[in-house]
Design a protein around this ligand. Structure first.
Ligand code: ALA
Length: 874
């Protein structure tokens, strides 16, 4: 039965028993205590604990799982994997042991028709009840029922916190047959038995202090690896021979043609590791994990790099994993459409990571290998942790990779040393990052005394209020005279203070007989809005009422840019996936800068798609609305919060179309007000950090006009209408190329003639040589000339000197036989370079020297003659 049928039969069987089929959750679980979804019960945890009401008391799932607990076994056995599909049936306070056992047995033996005499079952040491059910209800002979301890037959809690639902379990093992070894019982170290299904009787909650407390309800959690089930039903003896893997392993071997010469054991190991890790990679990336140096990203990075390294063992040079992704899609795509939907994205992530690793691996491997040789020579069995850390730091070698390679040479790595170095580095990083605390500023007192400024700028552009305080050069003052600069604090203001990337507002403060220009608005302390200003008329006095007026045109331009930022964010997430995180932004009048995390630059085509999408959203002319709500509610509504940004309990959500973001900034009322959006550049600004610069509104229009102007002026210059400009330009370039060729032909002819006239000036003593001055020739022409000269001389030494663009140049050539006789062009050039007060050098056959304008080229050539003439070499 193929795996698609198995998936179907499983779900169908349990639906027949009143179970609700639920879809697989992401490999990245909501549960903050878990790094990955590592078991089918992860989405059931809250139901088991009675914290949430399940949609149905009986459920059935096929859950994508990723676990690293067995990673070192992957490849070494025919049954271990990191990524697997877990078939599971669950009871939340409904049926318990007996039904769970009956269902499992019936499904395996009746529905799938597996022979009962090939099965073994295990129960927990103390679980008489389970043993009785197996023996009496099912009829399994007692000799085939094995009691095992906690390690084998007590499951949970899931994850590493050590708390959560758990319970004794009962497993069903399948005997794969004698070709895999002697008769074995569960608990023996043998590849002959394959554990197929684990039935967990979830009746306890493990508390933080280690106590097992009975749950209010008894639950069932079962898990059967689809890969293992496929193996036993398809009559093969390794997971990797089942239909879930076969096309993939075949494709790997097809790529690795040279692998035939590799010992079978090694080849099999590499093949399995690559196949498993590649599936894991595809699914992890599809669920939004990106290679990085921490958390999930680190695990993914390790998995990709490990697979890559095994590829090298198969003789695969350079990135290859990404080329196998279509095969993963072929095996799994029908059950998991995300593989195809995000196929291109997955391919690029994997390829990038492979390229990155390729670059570091070469250098790192060399260092590591020579280190290992060294350590082995000294009969060491440990590798110092600092050395492993250096490999990590310099070459990005994960510790586990170093350990793995070291283990192959019989060495272990001192983990403590590694950790020590790592901590030290993190400490250094933290110290460097520590911001200088804000000195107790006059603003703290102000805040205590006068309270927060009220921001009215979401609704109004103008407001009148009392001037509560004035500052001049950091000190509180009671007035500012004409021409003076300072800062003003008002009870109420429409001026937006720079925050969340949006620049501060500008405008005017007006009062009777006076006026100040607001140059910027800042918030030095949460709650305080300060207007940085210059008094242009009259005197400003604390206590008077001032009318604050925004520079409205500028603010509207900022609003447009801010809304454009949200639209761009939305478009980016649509294009690159929801994992694309905003890393920062700058919002200025009609201009924006948007930083985001991505592992590589965008292609021209993608930039265009983004731009088009944002313009499309602009044309939809959606309204932009805002709502105040609690943080929890905002999260539930799916609003995007900026990582690392602090939000209070009450938050503001800005929404337009599908875009919802937590944001305190000001916005256009409708997207149509943006008019137009244009990306000016996309660049990298750090590791995995990209930046988009863009214009909108009038800024974008001006850009387009400016570009048209350039185009038209260029068209004018080449006397062609702009629509024909490209043709004309390519014609001009072609003509230029032809002219260059003609010119070169002429030059070469000239150089040949020059050579034949110069050659008459050769000298024969003490060796055949020629020294000549050829002003106006550049180094390339001199080289060609020297080629012809050497050819005519047949053997000998040539020194050419030229003043080219005011600078003296020297070229020395020595024929092969004179090189054998000990002449060295580079050394001669070096000597001559001294005469030119410049430098010189080169190889034995060819040397060059040069100097500053005005250096005595004649004297250098004279020196050359002298050196050759007095050379006493035979
Ligand atoms: N939760 C159990 C397991 O993962 C079924 O093995």
């Amino acid at each position: 039965m193929n795996s698609n049928q198995l998936r179907h039969e499983f779900t169908h069987y349990f639906e027949g028993k009143g179970h609700l089929a639920r879809p697989s959750i992401s490999l990245v679980p909501q549960d903050p205590t878990l790094l990955f979804t590592s078991a089918g019960m992860v989405p059931m945890k809250a139901y088991f604990l009675g914290q949430e009401e399940p949609p149905c008391r009986r459920m059935v799932t096929i859950q994508k799982c990723f676990r690293t607990t067995d990673i070192d076994n992957v490849g070494r056995t025919p049954r271990h994997l990191t990524f697997l599909e877990m078939l599971g049936n669950f009871s939340v306070g409904d049926y318990f042991k007996e039904d769970a056992i009956v269902f499992a047995w019936e499904f395996l033996t009746r529905t799938l028709g597996l022979p009962p005499n090939r099965m073994w079952v295990t129960v927990f040491r103390e679980d008489d009840e389970a043993e009785r059910i197996w023996a009496e209800k099912i009829g399994v002979t007692r000799s085939r029922i094995v009691r095992l301890g906690e390690a084998d037959n007590f499951w949970g809690p899931v994850g590493t916190t050590g708390v959560g639902p758990c319970g004794p379990c009962s497993e069903i093992h399948f005997d794969l047959g004698p070709e895999l070894g002697a008769e074995a019982r569960p608990g023996d170290e043998s590849d002959r038995l394959m554990e197929v299904w684990n039935l967990v009787f979830m009746e306890f909650n493990k508390e933080a202090d280690g106590r097992l407390v009975s749950l209010a309800q008894k639950n069932i959690d079962t898990g059967m690896g689809l890969e293992r089930l496929a193996t036993v039903t398809q009559g093969v003896n390794s997971i990797f021979l089942s239909d879930l893997f076969r096309p993939l392993t075949d494709a790997i071997l097809e790529l690795a043609k040279r692998a035939e010469n590799i010992p079978a054991g090694q080849r099999e190991l590499a093949l399995r590791v690559i196949a498993d890790h590649l599936r894991a990679t595809a699914f992890l990336v599809a669920d939004g994990v990106v290679p990085s140096n921490e958390g999930r990203g680190y695990v993914l990075r390790r998995v990709i790099r490990r697979a890559y390294r095994h590829g090298r063992r198969l003789g695969l040079k350079g990135p290859f994993l990404h080329r196998l992704l279509p095969e993963v899609q072929g095996c799994m795509g029908s059950a998991y459409p995300e593989l195809a939907e995000r196929g291109e994205y997955i391919r690029r992530i994997v390829q990038m990571e492979e390229q990155r690793f390729q670059a570091t691996l070469e250098g790192g491997l060399e260092t590591l290998e020579s280190l290992l040789v060294d350590l082995m020579a000294k009969h060491r069995i440990h590798m110092p942790g600092e050395a492993a850390f250096r490999l990590y730091d310099t070459f990005g070698f994960p510790l586990e990779l170093t350990e793995e390679i070291a283990a192959e040479a019989g060495l272990t790595v001192e983990r403590e040393g590694f950790q020590r170095e790592m901590n030290a580095q993190q400490e250094r990083g933290r110290a460097a990052m520590k911001k200088v605390g804000m000195a107790a500023s006059p603003y703290t007192a102000l805040l205590e005394e006068k309270g927060k400024s009220v921001f009215t700028g979401y609704e109004s552009t103008e407001s009148s209020s009392t001037l509560l305080a004035l500052f001049h050069l950091g000190r509180e003052v009671s007035s500012l005279a004409t021409g003076e600069e300072g800062e003003a604090f008002l009870a109420e203001t429409p001026f937006y203070a720079e925050k969340g990337g949006q620049v501060g507002d500008q405008g005017k403060l007006l009062w009777e007989e006076g006026k100040a220009e607001v140059l910027d608005t800042q918030t030095p302390l949460e709650g305080i809005i300060l207007h940085r200003l210059r008094v242009v008329e009259g005197t400003m006095n604390v206590g008077q009422v001032v009318n604050a007026q925004l520079d409205l045109a500028r603010r509207l331009a900022i609003d447009r840019a801010h809304t454009a930022t949200h639209l761009l964010h939305q478009a980016l997430r649509e294009l690159l996936g929801p994992q694309t995180a905003q890393a920062g932004s700058l919002v200025e009048p009609d201009r924006l800068r948007f930083d985001y995390n991505h592992f590589c630059g965008l292609e021209e085509r993608e930039i265009r798609m983004l731009e088009s999408r944002v313009n499309e959203l602009i044309r939809l002319d959606q309204s932009v609305s805002t709502a105040e709500m609690g943080m929890e509610e905002a999260k539930r509504s799916g609003a995007i919060a900026l990582f690392g940004e602090k939000y209070g309990e009450g938050v503001r959500v800005v929404q337009t179309g599908k875009s919802r973001e937590l944001c305190g900034g000001t916005h256009a009322q409708r997207t149509g007000q943006l008019g137009f959006f244009s990306i000016t550049q996309e660049t990298g600004v750090g590791s995995n950090l990209r930046r988009i610069d863009a214009l909108t509104g009038a800024g974008a229009v001006e850009l387009a006009q400016g570009q048209r102007d350039i185009l038209e002026q260029a068209a004018l210059m080449i006397h062609t209408p702009s629509r024909l400009m490209l043709q004309k330009l390519s014609k001009l370039l072609q003509e230029k190329e032809e002219e260059r060729k003609k010119m070169l032909a002429l030059r070469d002819r000239y150089l040949r003639q020059l050579a034949s006239s110069l050659v008459t000036r050769k000298r024969e003593e003490p060796v055949r040589h020629l020294v000549a001055r050829v002003d106006g020739l550049d180094i390339e022409a001199m080289t060609i000339l020297s080629d012809s000269l050497l050819e005519s001389l047949e053997k000998g030494l040539v020194v050419l000197g030229s003043i080219f663009e005011e600078k003296p140049l020297l070229l020395v050539r020595v024929s092969a036989d004179l090189v054998s006789a000990g002449y060295h062009a580079g050394q001669l050039a070096k000597e001559l370079g001294k005469v030119l007060e410049g430098s010189g050098g080169g190889r034995p056959e060819m040397g060059r020297a040069g100097g500053k304008p005005g250096a005595p080229i004649g004297a250098a050539l004279e020196k050359a003659r002298e050196l050759v003439a007095t050379d006493s070499r035979p």
